[in-house]
Design a protein around this ligand. Structure first.
Ligand code: NAP
Length: 314
């Protein structure tokens, strides 16, 4: 049994990320009790059935009361409103964190409401799937994935380390940086790729002269991998783009310049430029596999039927 890191933990929003944290923390025995919130009778009933929390309550204020660690696992656009709601109920010395994919706006929105007697330490686990809701979570989600902490200037080092040890205990590697730097890095590694996926899947949907059934049938040519990303939660991603507007627009500018270079190379028949670019990007993919952030198996680890299951031509 691991040592207890926080006694009472409140998870506000027990969806994919919140539900995964609760399952993992309970499995690792690092908390004494977990309380989760759910707004509707139906989700409270489902959470009770799933059984990964000790208590399922109806209001965020009730969850936050007496909690030693409160983690907001809701869309980034409502973190400020939730902070305002829980602020009067927080106990002195509590750690208040979140899991939002954008950090600058969350830090600003939450800090505006929280009392001085709590420790605000925003966090972002860089792990997820395209599924949402309490059933989507699983305890292994954070294993060998990064969790970025963005403590504001003046945050107490012992509390930052306490939160870091919580994330390490549920499998994550932890790195600390400023909220501003986080938003710049994630704009290129996550937000821009999602925007591109949302665009390309929409473009294919509206194409004239190519039927929808052809797009679906021949999707293994590349389109399929974009559809997984483009299936991500619409509320979450609307909030990400609105909250990280400046960094995303900067990256989009860089991307458009690079796209113009490749467009020119194709138009001019400049095979050397294309080959050089694709060689560089292939090395980046290999680098990601080498540091264990994806699998080396062919076709991104997808399972394939064996030839024995394919009908032979007569
Ligand atoms: P999710 O599965 O949709 O879960 C969000 C949860 O928030 C739902 O259970 C929802 O409950 C609840 N909620 C919404 N508004 C609420 C409110 N006012 N009070 C209490 N609960 C409320 O979403 P998720 O993927 O876990 O994402 C949550 C956060 O994690 C987002 O900020 C996102 O940026 C971040 N994140 C996501 C990923 C990813 O890949 N998905 C990765 C890293 C970080 P209801 O059922 O009542 O609506």
């Amino acid at each position: 049994m691991s040592a207890i890191i926080f006694d009472r933990v409140a998870i506000i929003g027990a969806g994919l990320i919140g539900g995964s944290i609760a399952r993992a923390a309970r499995q690792q025995g690092i908390v004494r009790s977990i309380v989760v919130t759910a707004r509707s009778d139906a989700s409270r009933a489902r959470l009770t059935e799933l059984g990964f929390a000790d208590e399922v309550v109806a209001t965020n204020a009730e969850a936050a009361t007496n909690a030693d660690l409160v983690i907001l696992c809701v869309p980034v656009g409502i973190c400020g409103a939730v902070a305002e709601e829980i602020a009067p109920h927080l106990k002195a010395g509590a750690v208040v964190s979140d899991v939002g994919s954008v950090k600058g706006s969350v830090l600003k929105d939450m800090a505006a409401h929280l009392p001085d007697h709590v420790h605000l330490i925003p966090a972002h686990p860089v792990a997820g799937t395209e599924n949402s809701g309490p059933d989507a979570g699983f305890a292994e989600l954070f294993i060998n994935r990064w969790c970025i902490l963005t403590p504001p200037a003046g945050a107490e080092a012992t509390q930052v380390e306490r939160l870091a040890s919580f994330w390490r205990a549920i499998g994550a590697n932890v790195e600390t940086m400023t909220a501003e730097h986080h938003d710049k890095v994630l704009a290129v590694t996550s937000h821009l790729p999602h925007l591109i996926a949302y665009t390309i899947v929409g473009t294919a949907d509206e194409l004239e002269g190519v039927t929808e059934s052809e797009v679906l049938k021949f999707s293994a040519g590349g389109f399929r991998d974009f559809t997984r990303i483009a299936a991500s939660d619409p509320t979450m991603w609307r909030d990400v783009f609105l909250s990280n507007k400046d960094a995303v627009l900067d990256m989009l500018g860089e991307f458009q310049e690079d796209l113009s270079k490749l467009t020119r190379a194709i138009r001019r028949g400049d095979g050397e430029a294309l080959f050089e670019h694709f060689t560089r990007t292939r090395a980046i993919r290999r680098g990601i596999v080498n540091i264990g952030q994806d699998e080396a198996a062919a076709d991104f680890g997808r399972k394939h039927a064996s030839l024995g299951t394919v009908d032979k031509p007569s």
